[in-house]
Design a protein around this ligand. Structure first.
Ligand SMILES: NC(=O)c1ccc[n+]([C@@H]2O[C@H](COP(=O)([O-])OP(=O)(O)OC[C@H]3O[C@@H](n4cnc5c(N)ncnc54)[C@H](OP(=O)(O)O)[C@@H]3O)[C@@H](O)[C@H]2O)c1
Length: 277
């Protein structure tokens, strides 16, 4: 069974922990820093931020203050939609690095395929990787058409596709496509922002394992082989969310969850947008 220390090797050789902390809506400031410091202290090794979240500076400060070896932490950030294009991407990533006060970011993703400048944005990230400012280049919210678009443009396969994934949003076709192409699947909104906590089957499965519904949903992602990044700013829940390595869902649990309606996107869904280059 995987543990908090388990890592997945990406198609470019970079290693990513299979569990980490999501940071969307972690409001910048002293409270954010305390949440981050707490997570790092109890062993979180993967932090998922984005230019859009406006907390890259908090992440950098917490890493420094924590005293944890920088090399043991995997920082993920994302180029926001309005920073697409070659020059704007380079400028925005350099700005992220100065906010982080880090020499490099482990993984940079294109946040979403919203523009006709994905190819230029991607090329900029690849060049920043050559410069050593980024170790790995991936994407987020890319559908099959977008991944094919990058391939047809002759570009290297992204290391990661980060997409919404939980028992009510399984995206099997896209997940299978990523796996066929050697793209690591990273799932966001693993606990569906709490919107499915009243589901009677989830409640029963949680009782069976003496776990919370949130823990069952996070375990579902791990059992599926996804990198998972539940977000919490609350120390009790940051702790609770990592206590998922001492149990596994049964085949019957998985059978029940496989039968759940598969249509609940709780974030936005750019995966269905057309490819515009
Ligand atoms: N690439 C993208 O476009 C994209 C989109 C969305 C998300 N993401 C990434 O994925 C991460 C996770 O997604 P998300 O933050 O949207 O949703 P999520 O992790 O599914 O849910 C987070 C919500 O659940 C609450 N929560 C956390 N642990 C809990 C627990 N054990 N019991 C009850 N409630 C709990 C949190 O509140 P408290 O903080 O108060 O605990 C927060 O309101 C994000 O933070 C971000 O890093 C990426």
């Amino acid at each position: 069974m995987s543990s908090l220390e388990s890592v997945i090797e990406l198609n470019d050789g970079v290693k990513i922990p299979n569990f980490g902390l999501g940071l969307y809506l972690l409001e910048s400031g002293s409270a954010a820093e305390l949440s981050l410091l707490y997570a790092l202290k109890i062993g979180y090794k993967l932090l998922d931020t984005a230019q859009f979240y406006q907390n890259e500076a908090d992440v950098g400060r917490a890493i420094k203050k924590s005293g944890v070896d920088r090399k043991s932490i995997c920082v993920v950030s994302k180029v926001w939609d309005t920073n697409h294009g070659y020059e704007a991407t380079v400028k925005s990533v350099k700005n992220s690095l100065s906010l982080f006060q880090l020499d490099y970011v482990d993984i940079f993703l294109i946040h979403s395929p919203v523009s006709g400048s994905n190819v230029e944005t991607y090329k900029a990230l690849l060049d920043l990787k050559k410069e050593g400012l980024i170790k790995s280049v991936g994407v987020s919210n890319f559908g099959i058409q977008h991944l094919k678009g990058l391939e047809e443009a002759g570009l290297p396969t992204p290391s990661i596709n980060q997409i919404e994934l939980h028992p009510f949003c399984k995206r099997e076709k896209l997940v299978n496509y990523c796996r066929e192409k050697g793209i690591c699947v990273m799932g966001y909104c693993p606990i569906a922002r709490g919107k499915c906590f009243n589901d009677p089957d989830l409640i029963n499965i949680a009782k069976e394992h003496n776990k919370s519904v949130a823990q069952v949903m996070i375990r579902w992602s791990l059992d599926k082989g996804f990198v998972t990044i539940p977000k919490s700013s609350n120390t009790k829940r940051i702790q609770e969310n990592m206590e998922v390595f001492d149990f596994k869902l049964t085949e019957e649990n998985h059978r029940i969850l496989a039968g759940k309606p598969d249509n609940s996107v709780v974030s936005r869904d750019p995966t269905t947008l057309p490819w515009e280059g």
